[in-house]
Design a protein around this ligand. Structure first.
Ligand code: ZN
Length: 323
């Protein structure tokens, strides 16, 4: 059986247990935080770490054994802080490598790469593979999956460059992939096409944020190509209300797709994109415990069985991370 890399070291895949497949601990602009520490909220490292420990303990207390954190470059990945938190709370945290952009690549890649001023092989591939094989920076923590994004602007040159690099790193390492997509622009299908061109095994791909859509034709097309649907924004009710999110999962289960869905909130202990008080008021359910406390009971009420819930919450994540 495969060992899966986590912040605390390798864990056998069969021990991952109930897994939330897309949760951030922090989403931060690290450069912003260091230079404008009062915007949008005062940053205090000790306070934020203690808050994260408490929120992750709440999550674990519901029987969640693992969270999968796709915070990569562009979202403020900083592993030493995650290690400090994980020392104080008993939960598996699986971390990622990759780049999060809707448009261009970071400037550090503008002049270096195939056909550029400094004409080299794609440096992203080497960086991603190193994170997976050797570990992230000098933390000793290895990334266990790859992440990229394709949003409303579609397959821009920068988005395509990152996506192909992610695909190549997958082919080299076998690490699975999560893609942030916008289902309303059909970008999950574009991601599948580009990744397939790179030789990616589409059964090792989560098409993230598919749960923002109720378009069953679109969702079934993605699932029929083999990928997992990320029903992963429970609590983000401004984008799609609770009843629609739940109803879509129920209908897909009824059609036989329980083995093609994974569940999560895409929540964070702290995200500097929104003022904290405003976020808490506008999105009270955008927290790690909403699925356990509200979504699973609603699914059961509508006929989803415990076995089907286990498929989505434990079996699919285990298969995704197993070689
Ligand atoms: Zn996310």
């Amino acid at each position: 059986m495969t060992d899966v890399q986590t912040v605390r070291g390798p864990v056998p895949a069969e021990q991952l247990g109930n897994t939330l497949m897309h949760e951030h601990v922090f989403v931060l602009g690290e450069e912003m935080r260091q230079n404008f520490p009062d915007f949008p909220d005062r940053w205090d490292d000790d306070v934020r770490v203690a808050d994260a420990v408490e929120k992750l303990r709440q999550c674990a207390s519901r029987g969640i054994a693992t969270i999968v954190d796709p915070t990569v470059i562009g979202l403020g990945r900083y592993i030493p802080r995650i290690q400090r938190i994980n020392e104080q709370v008993d939960i598996n945290i699986i971390v990622a490598t990759g780049i999060y952009t809707y448009n261009e690549v970071p400037f550090q890649f503008h002049y270096t790469g195939p056909g550029l001023l400094f004409d080299t092989p794609e440096p992203m591939v080497e960086l991603f593979v190193k994170d997976i094989r050797e570990g992230i920076a000098d933390t000793g923590v290895k990334a266990a999956f790859l992440k990229c994004a394709i949003e409303e602007p579609g397959l821009t040159p920068g988005v395509e460059r990152v996506m192909r690099a992610v695909g190549q790193a997958h082919v080299e390492t076998g690490a699975p992939i999560t893609v942030h997509t916008n289902p309303h622009t059909g970008s999950g299908l574009v991601a599948q096409q580009v990744l397939a061109e790179e030789g990616v095994d589409l059964t090792k791909v989560v098409i993230g944020h598919s749960g923002d859509s109720t378009d069953l034709d679109y969702l079934c097309e993605i699932a029929d190509a083999g990928s997992y649907l990320g029903m992963d924004r429970f609590g983000l009710d401004v984008l799609l209300p609770f009843e629609h999110r739940v109803g879509t999962v129920v209908e897909l289960v009824r059609r036989g797709y329980a083995d093609r869905m994974v569940l999560a909130h895409d929540a964070a202990c702290f995200i500097d994109w929104l003022p904290a008080a405003g976020k808490a008021a506008a999105l009270p359910n955008w927290i790690y415990t909403h699925i356990s406390d509200d979504v699973l009971p609603a699914l059961r009420e509508r006929g989803v069985t415990d076995e089907q819930i286990t498929t989505m919450l434990a079996d699919n994540p285990r298969r995704y991370f197993s070689a």
